[in-house]
Design a protein around this ligand. Structure first.
Ligand SMILES: Cc1cc2nc3c(=O)[nH]c(=O)nc-3n(C[C@H](O)[C@H](O)[C@H](O)COP(=O)(O)O)c2cc1C
Length: 201
């Protein structure tokens, strides 16, 4: 099957229709401006208290890519062909710092708010989604994976600071030929009424 040719600058609804983990890439390099536009979406990402704890490490250097892919145990897969890797991370410390600023403490009576879920990871996930959507808007394809040991791997390969915790690794490039369904198996897709509840659960 011929690779899907994505037209750049699409309507959001078209981008959403194409949204999937595309596990096949052409090795062609991606122009720097395009990589910058994709990573630059971080400036549009929401974050709790505008803490801005998300970050991206862009990796295009062949040797670093190879090492990262090997340590993520992805050598010999579609990962080898992806010209651009992006490690997306969260930084919890920036949230504690932000929620200890005067304007936030004034609202809570002087104590740092305790969120019921770790918003730094919520925000990093939102950033990951934006990266994948903008990738499609650029006429490219993307996929995202995790590895149980990714903090240690990224510390060692990329020199991440202690507070910076990767949520995973995005692959970006021109789309290669990938199975149409990928991991989104129709048979495993939960019906909308199991997922969306109206008025109450
Ligand atoms: C947080 C997160 C981690 C994921 N980790 C992996 C992974 O390690 N390997 C993999 O092949 N896919 C991974 N995926 C992709 C999912 O399998 C995929 O999103 C899901 O099956 C739905 O398919 P689709 O995204 O193509 O629609 C991950 C997705 C998310 C959101």
């Amino acid at each position: 099957m011929a690779p899907t040719v994505y037209g750049p600058r699409m309507e959001l609804r078209d981008i959403l229709r194409r949204r999937r983990m595309h596990r096949a890439f052409l090795p062609d390099p991606i122009p720097r401006e395009q990589i910058e536009r994709i990573a630059g979406v971080i400036r549009r990402a929401p974050s709790g208290g505008f803490s801005q704890g998300g970050s991206i490490v862009v990796v295009t250097d062949d040797d670093v890519k190879r090492e990262l892919i090997e340590r993520f145990e992805m050598t010999g897969t579609y990962a080898d062909d992806a010209p651009v890797l992006m490690v997306i991370s969260a930084n919890e410390a920036l949230y504690h710092a932000r929620y200890n600023e005067a304007d936030k403490l004034a609202v809570t009576g002087g104590v740092e708010v305790t969120w019921p879920v770790p918003y730094w990871f919520v925000d990093a996930g939102a950033l990951m989604t934006l990266v994948l959507l903008v990738t499609i808007d650029e006429g490219l394809a993307g996929a995202f994976i995790g590895h149980p040991d990714q903090k240690r791997i990224c510390d060692e390969v990329l020199g991440l600071p202690e507070d910076v915790v990767p949520i995973g690794l995005a692959f970006i490039g021109m789309p290669g030929t990938a199975p149409e369904i990928g991991s989104r198996l129709k048979s495993r897709q939960r019906p909308a009424e199991d997922l969306i509840h109206w008025q109450r659960w």
